[in-house]
Design a protein around this ligand. Structure first.
Ligand code: BV8
Length: 237
């Protein structure tokens, strides 16, 4: 397979949603919605105080529900349409802005805000409504066993078998709006590079993964990424 028709993997983080008005995790003030993500999104925090963690995510839902995709999300949909079946999006984000932009093949490795999982039977409940310790699972009808379908620190990521296959066969790996500090997602660029992919980073600044990227595009992704996508489509057509 030549570089021209190789598969493309895009890894996105909170930075791609920043121009849609959504807070990132490690911006200058270092606090996310006034909490350290490591203090809220942990297995221990949920076991210790599930009401608090449910409330934290319930409170986030209205903002994420009304958020609109920005040009960075939209250009990835254009890229997928230009190369059907060749572009997969691996996202660390729990928002649904890639889907709102019309993207498919979106793999939420850290889960999704509009899903809850039943710890009794594994049922995934799709809902933008509040989930609480009283919520009844629609499949097994047990109450109080629903957890936000969000991967907390200390939990294994979702779709990792799929991710591993994608990283090991892609010819182009694009990272957009992630600080590269949360593992194993921060190591995806290394896997892609070792498998022979060209690696590109889109961020406001150099990140801790700087060494693994062949090319860097500094600036807001809503500006830098659409330009890159247009050039890529022209070059591959
Ligand atoms: C795991 C869900 C195996 C919550 C998230 C002890 C025990 C267990 C594991 C560990 C441990 N110690 C360390 C670990 C590993 C741990 C980890 O990496 N910790 C870090 C803090 C060191 N990882 C895990 O626990 C993972 N699981 O390892 O399982 C295991 C299992 C059991 C026991 C051992 C191992 C689980 C990680 C997932 C955690 N859940 N989210 C929620 O989202 O509400 S992580 C959270 O961070 C989000 O998902 C977020 O996406 C992710 C990464 O953050 P970023 O997206 O990069 O956001 P950030 O703000 O950091 O950066 C934004 C970037 O955008 C910046 O660079 C900025 O410059 C840029 N930017 C801003 N604006 C723009 C822009 N760029 C372009 N344009 C713009 N306009």
């Amino acid at each position: 397979m030549t570089q021209q028709d190789s598969e493309i993997v895009v890894l996105t983080g909170a930075g791609i949603s920043a121009e849609s008005g959504l807070a990132t995790f490690r911006s200058t003030d270092g606090l996310w919605n006034n909490h350290k993500v490591e203090d809220v999104a942990t297995v221990e925090a949920f076991q210790r105080n599930p009401e608090y963690v449910h409330e934290f995510y319930n409170e986030m839902k209205p903002e994420l529900l009304q958020a609109k995709p920005n040009p960075a999300h939209l250009c990835l949909t254009k890229l997928q349409q230009a190369f059907p079946g060749k572009v997969n999006i691996i996202t660390q984000n729990i928002d649904t802005l890639h889907e709102k932009a019309g993207s498919t093949n979106v793999w939420h490795i850290h889960g999704q805000i509009n899903q809850a999982v039943c710890l009794n039977c594994g049922h995934i409940l799709e809902t933008w409504s509040d989930v609480t310790t009283e919520t009844v699972c629609p499949r097994c009808e047990i109450a109080g066993m629903m957890k936000p379908n969000i991967v907390f620190f200390g939990e294994n990521l979702l779709y990792m078998d799929k991710v591993d296959r994608l990283l090991n066969r892609c010819g182009l790996f694009i990272s957009v709006g992630t600080s590269g500090v949360v593992f194993p997602a921060a190591a995806f660029v290394q896997i892609a590079k070792q498998a022979g992919a060209e690696t590109c980073e889109f961020n406001l600044e150099r990140t801790s993964n700087n060494f693994y990227f062949d090319r860097h595009f500094f600036g807001p992704a809503g500006t830098t990424l659409p330009r890159f996508v247009d050039e890529l489509i022209a070059a591959r057509k």
